[in-house]
Each structure stands twice: as C-alpha cells, then as structure tokens.
Design a protein around this ligand. Structure first.
Ligand code: ADP
Length: 199
C-alpha cells in the first residue's frame, strides 16, 4: 500500500506515514506472538508422566502467591483420593497459569468489588478423566464469542495477543484431554479441562 501511494504523481506523505506505521505495529505484534509461542512451547520433547493433580494445583497456587501474581481470593475444592493423572506436567502448569492470569485480569478490568476464583477438581463420571474447573466472577463473555476464544489471535484486550487460549487448548489436547469454556455474561466465566487418569 505504501509503495502504491508513493508511486502516485503527488504522493501524500501523511497517508504513506500512516500505512508504514500500521505495518510496523503489525510486524511488532507478529514478533511478539512468535516470542510468546516459543516461551509457551518448550522446544524439547515433553513426556507424559503420572502425577498428583491436586498437589500440582496447590504447588502452583503457592508459587503464584509468593510471586504476587495471584492476589485474589481462591476457593479450592479438590476431590480427595483421585488416582494420578498421566499428562505433560509442564504443559499443565502453563495452562493453569494462563487460565488464572486471564481470570484475574478479567475481574481487574471490570473492577469487580470482591474478586474470587473457584477451582474445582474432581473425577469425571466415567472414572477415566479428572476435570478441573476454574471459575471467576468476572464480566463473562458474550455467547457468540465463547467458541472464538480459542481461535488464534482472538483478543478483546488492547495489548492482547490472543494466543494464550489457543495454545492452552493444544497443550491439553497433547495430553489427551479437552479444554472448553462456559459463560453467562454477568456471572463470570468457567474454563474446564480434563486429563486422563492413570488406570
Ligand atoms: P489474550 O489474553 O492475549 O487476549 P487469550 O487467548 O488468553 O489471549 O484470551 C482471548 C480472549 O478471551 C481475551 O482477550 C478475552 O476476551 C477472553 N477471555 C479469556 N479469559 C477470560 C475470562 N476469564 N473472562 C472473560 N474473558 C476472557
């Protein structure tokens, strides 16, 4: 577009500057997206291993609190006596981080007076999967956007990349589970993911 504008008889410098600035912004955004991808996807092979998902969640929350990344009240309901899950542990940590970060941000942006996150872990009825639900009290998501949340580059944030949920879904699927969202505008958003339990 800049070249076309430039080749005109009387090039309009302001339009050309605008076009180049817009290109610069998109190029930087693409660069950031690649960095984010590389950060999230460790390049070495990650293997599935059995681990206690409840302990993993507790450990993750403890670290997030120490690092002051989780300054909202959390209501924890972790079913006891669950067999270990078999999954890619570092991936699960990244997904937990992404979902919690999004929830905190959504409630902060909407200035929710009593922000709270509920985390539920229980076995699915078939006994073959564990399900984790992370529910916030944020503004929720318009119904028509619920499935689009997982599309790469879908974002409603000014400086958002829109890669977090797309990557999170891939990471959970790589462990044999599923990740989806449920929302009711006005009463928050719930993200659910499942992971296979050890036989
Ligand atoms: P980003 O955070 O960079 O926008 P994500 O893929 O993590 O990328 O999220 C995509 C979009 O999904 C967000 O921009 C936001 O609109 C929506 N979203 C994600 N989590 C929540 C949540 N807990 N409450 C409300 N909206 C959310």
């Amino acid at each position: 577009a800049s070249l076309l504008l430039f080749n005109k008889e009387k090039p309009d410098i302001a339009s050309i500057r605008h076009a180049i600035e817009a290109s610069e912004k998109q190029a930087l955004r693409a660069g950031d997206a690649i960095h984010e991808l590389l950060n999230l996807l460790t390049l070495r092979e990650v293997v599935s291993e059995p681990f206690d998902l409840g302990n993993e969640i507790l450990g993750f929350l403890a670290v997030a609190r120490v690092e002051n990344e989780l300054h909202v009240h959390t209501d924890l309901r972790l079913e006891e006596g669950l067999p270990p899950v078999v999954a890619k542990r570092t991936h699960v940590q990244k997904v937990l981080g992404n979902l919690l970060h999004n929830s905190v941000e959504a409630m902060q942006e909407a200035a929710i007076p009593q922000p709270e996150i509920t985390i539920v872990m229980r076995a699915e009825q078939d006994g073959k999967f564990a399900r984790v639900t992370i529910q916030d009290r944020g503004p929720g998501v318009p119904q028509q956007d619920v499935d689009r949340l997982f599309e790469p580059f879908f974002t409603t944030k000014q400086n958002g990349m829109g890669m977090g949920l797309a990557i999170s879904r891939s990471l959970i699927e790589a462990s044999g589970g599923r990740l989806w969202a449920e929302t009711e505008p006005g009463s928050g958003t719930a993200f659910h993911f499942t992971l296979p339990l050890a036989a």
